[in-house]
Design a binder for this molecule. Structure first.
Ligand SMILES: [Zn+2]
Length: 99
């Protein structure tokens, strides 16, 4: 029997008895509409970043450009996660009670 653990609360998840939610997050930095008549500065930056991805010294920069993460969540953590998948601060939400 395979046991997983929840990546949020560390609770053990029994693969046969408990529902396990797999959350995959892919983040990719992108810039739209690179104008071919542009001086190419932006394009150069992207190319530099892509080259940098292959360089071990640039790993930190690489995480800002592309991330592929996978998390296992237990049922209760998933219920929390889906309410606020972007982990937004509740205090940032609009306050409609302000007259
Ligand atoms: Zn959990």
């Amino acid at each position: 029997m395979i046991h997983y653990s929840c990546d949020r609360c560390q609770r053990r998840i029994d693969s046969k008895e408990d529902i396990r939610y797999i959350v995959r997050i892919e983040v990719q930095a992108t810039i739209d509409s690179v104008d071919p008549d542009d001086d190419g500065d932006h394009l150069m930056e992207i190319e530099e970043v892509l080259e940098c991805l292959e360089d071990a010294d640039c790993q930190e920069l690489g995480e800002d450009v592309y991330q592929n993460r996978r998390f296992d969540l237990c049922q209760s953590c998933y219920q929390e996660y889906k309410k606020n998948p972007l982990a937004m601060d509740a205090q940032v939400s609009f306050d409609f009670s302000d007259n």
